[in-house]
Design a protein around this ligand. Sequence first.
Ligand code: 13P
Ligand code: SF4
Length: 326
Amino acid sequence: MSAALAYDHRAALYSRVSRVIPPLEWPSFADDVDAILALKRERNAVVLAHNYMTPEIFHCVSDITGDSLLLAREAQTVQADVIVMAGVHFMAETAKMLNPGKMVLIPDVEAGCSLASSITAADVRLLRQRYPGRPVITYVNTSAEVKAESDICCTSGNAKKIVESLGVPEVIMIPDKYLAANVARETGVKIIAWEGACEVHERFTPRQIRTLRAENPGVVVLAHPECPPDVVDAADFAGSTAAMSDYVTHRQPGRVVLITECSMADNVAVLHPKIDFVRPCNLCPHMKRISLGNIRSALEHLQHEVVIAPDVAARARQAVERMLAV
Ligand code: 13P
Ligand code: SF4
């Protein structure tokens, strides 16, 4: 590429994120962005990015972006040889089980999730013994081993629909106690929950929302259903990260606050320059392990490949595919 073209190309990329990345910071990202775009072509790779990725990842190097549900759906039909999951480990595992012929890479193997680490496959077997006959609905924020012990999966985008689809009076729903409590209030189905929680969303409080409203008159409050029920009650709307993004797109509130992980507001704000985003910042330390630097290394060295034992993958896939079929 000529120097002039390279300059234009970098300027075009920067214009996508200039609302949220200061001009002084951009040069520190530009080389990695260029290298990743070249490596994707060389490796025949795609980058799938969750809504919580930082904007230089989300807007400058990703091919498919969205919530857990969309990333799972899209992973199924990826044609490229390599999938890099810019998200956390369970998302990479889900992509691998749905498209087992592809090489799935996670840029940092330590990118976990407090929900996924709150429960093991042995815990699920014990729950089944304790509550025989109740179907087990498992949030996708879990390991492949836990999914393998489950009847069906759900995400924050379809939890209510999945619970109701089973047509039974009582279910086990793991591992997020708050998601379970929020869904239980919307259905007539009794839910047996687990004690897990998201370390990011459990920190929000109703008092914080009251303060945000007092300091930002007219602000519309959108909350993720991993928040405690009293926080959801204090919000104007609750939904998955994709549902929050759609709300902003379709309703165009003048001023909005997203009660969820910090980077999400940056990513949505880029698309809606006229909307005023109020930004409390709770970071997910696991999501924040993913950077341009380790995405670049993943593509350069084809590291760290996600491998799932075939018998676990087969059973876990069944639970995820049942969800996708609802
Ligand atoms: P979504 O499925 O709503 O994107 O949520 C995933 C997640 O990890 C939320 O903390
Ligand atoms: Fe897990 Fe919470 Fe981080 Fe989502 S935000 S990956 S649920 S710890």
